[in-house]
Design a protein around this ligand. Structure first.
Ligand code: ADP
Length: 420
């Protein structure tokens, strides 16, 4: 039975959270969408939703269904994970989802702490900073879906919630878990439903985690999870584990499919070109998903190897991406390439690839969906934020290792390093 049940409002955020928990000694499995069967065997189960920007009512319904599945599976504490830049609109979905979860859990109060100091997200006096800038001057004010125009999270969450929102200030958090617990009691007595928690360092996150050991619901970014495994160890529920990220051995061919056009991914393809076979598809010359997949199928024959990867990329320069978008429209261009990459990934697995790296967040979503992956057991990180994971999709029931790399992640030699 899982100790910790997590609900994440997007896919890569779920992986990030799972990786944090594995680093702290919890075996973690990420489930894609609300499971209809029993929960997988793990210390923490993370249900990945895609609920960040859907209508609030739907986000609430999905989150409650996820919560019910986690509780039915035996989870003793629920963590609602959102983005470390508090991505949301005036309508939600952080406030409405958190309030609905409190009600379901019959709990009066939860902290809200998106801080992630390692990535430069810190909170002081309730104000969220991204590096040296306030949230509303960080570029996030121009986000196409969730523009963040106010850095004061007490106000932001207040606008999204029916209950009132307080603050656990730096001066309290700095004094440690006991001081935080006293402050929470005071806030609850003052009828606060939520409190934004200041946090500038990992030590603050650890203290907050410790203080929330008995909270039915915790809300925040992946950083807030850092202090939670220790609570379960302290209470004797979680053994001290050296290798929470151990994955089953998998033999088979290696491959990379890339649909990300980020600068990092383009650099990684450049390095790979000097060492392993690389096919660069030209979606502008062949704007046809089936035809691109046929080209890849013909090229890969005889090149697959168990020791080194082959790389198949649709990634292109900003100019060529813009040219295809002008021709087809932005969404259709993206969908065409995603369709091609999903088809190619499926072909690769059918041809015996059992260690597969996918570059690109949306591309990963398309590949995972095509392969019919229902859950991912989270392993050790290759680079920060990108763990190997183990899945058992219908085309590889004996097991497949997947690394899903969001565009900007990974060192320059990532496509080689992942297999070494
Ligand atoms: P990232 O994580 O870098 O944002 P994504 O996979 O999320 O990567 O997004 C990249 C998008 O660009 C995908 O929709 C993909 O299909 C699309 N794409 C990839 N190559 C091309 C190309 N050559 N022309 C147009 N769009 C492309």
């Amino acid at each position: 039975m899982p100790l910790l049940g997590c609900i994440a409002d997007d896919f890569t955020g779920a992986t990030d959270l799972a990786s944090t928990l594995v680093r702290q000694g919890m075996r973690a499995v990420q489930v894609i969408g609300v499971p209809d069967g029993p929960l997988p065997e793990a210390d923490a189960v993370i249900i990945a939703l895609k609920s960040r920007t859907i209508p609030a009512r739907e986000a609430v319904a999905q989150s409650l269904a996820a919560c019910d599945a986690l509780l039915a599976g035996g989870a003793t504490q629920i963590l609602f994970k959102y983005c470390s830049t508090f991505d949301s609109t005036e309508a939600g979905n952080i406030g409405p989802v958190a309030e609905a979860l409190l009600k379901r859990l019959d709990a009066p109060f939860a902290i809200a702490c998106p801080a992630f100091p390692t990535n430069g997200r810190t909170i002081y006096q309730g104000h969220l900073f991204v590096g040296g800038n306030l949230l509303n001057e960080s570029g996030m004010e121009n986000h196409p879906l969730t523009p963040m125009r106010d850095a004061n999270l007490v106000r932001v969450l207040g606008r999204q919630s029916e209950g009132s929102v307080g603050l656990i200030p730096f001066t309290v958090v700095e004094r440690g878990a006991a001081a935080i617990r006293d402050e929470v009691t005071r806030l609850r007595d003052a009828n606060r439903r939520f409190a934004i928690a200041d946090a500038i360092t990992d030590a603050h996150l650890m203290a907050l985690g410790e203080a929330c050991a008995r909270h039915a619901l915790i809300t925040g970014g992946s950083g807030i999870a850092m202090g939670l495994p220790e609570n379960f160890r302290r209470s004797g529920q979680l053994p001290a584990r050296m290798d929470a990220g151990a994955l089953p051995e998998v033999g088979g061919f290696c491959a990379v499919v890339a649909g990300s056009c980020s600068r990092a991914t383009l650099g990684q393809i450049g390095i790979a070109r000097d060492h392993v076979p690389v096919l660069e598809l030209d979606a502008l010359a062949t704007p046809d998903a089936a035809a691109l997949a046929r080209q890849a199928r013909a090229w890969m024959a005889g090149k697959l190897d168990a020791a080194r990867p082959i790389v198949i990329a649709a990634s292109s320069t900003p100019e060529r991406v813009a040219a295809l978008q002008d021709k087809l429209g932005r969404d259709a261009a993206g969908a065409l390439v995603e369709e091609a990459m999903a088809e190619i990934a499926d072909d690769l697995v059918k041809a015996g690839v059992r260690r597969l790296v996918v570059a690109g967040g949306e591309t990963s979503g398309a590949v995972v969906q095509r392969l019919g992956v229902a859950s991912l057991r989270i392993g050790a990180e290759i680079d920060p934020g990108v763990p190997w994971t183990h899945a058992t999709p219908p085309t590889a029931p004996e097991g497949l290792l997947l690394a899903l790399k969001s565009g900007n992640f990974g060192a320059r030699d990532f496509f080689l390093k992942a297999f070494s």
